[in-house]
Design a protein around this ligand. Structure first.
Ligand code: SF4
Length: 81
């Protein structure tokens, strides 16, 4: 059942558009528990607990390559566009 693919984890889904990422490293610096460079940024987990750090990473990514989405219903969380 795809709607509840995240299982019992209520949380946020992290998506990095690797083609947009310019490897600034900001997200890794601001949320090192959630992103790594490989060689461009990638999320360390698809679904995470709500966190100010991932909001900050998404808001301040210079090319808006990061999206934070409610894992259960797909509502965009960050960045605010
Ligand atoms: S902040 Fe954006 S551009 Fe910089 S490494 Fe992260 S995803 Fe890439």
């Amino acid at each position: 059942m795809s709607v509840n693919e995240a299982g019992d984890q209520a949380g946020w889904r992290l998506v990095v558009e690797s083609k947009r990422c310019i490897s600034s490293g900001f997200c890794v610096g601001s949320a090192p528990d959630h992103f790594a460079m490989d060689p461009v940024s990638r999320p360390l987990a698809d679904v995470v607990a709500p966190s100010d750090q991932v909001i900050e990473a998404a808001e301040f990514c210079p090319v808006e390559a990061i999206s934070v989405i409610d894992a259960q219903d797909g509502t965009p969380i960050a960045p605010k566009r």
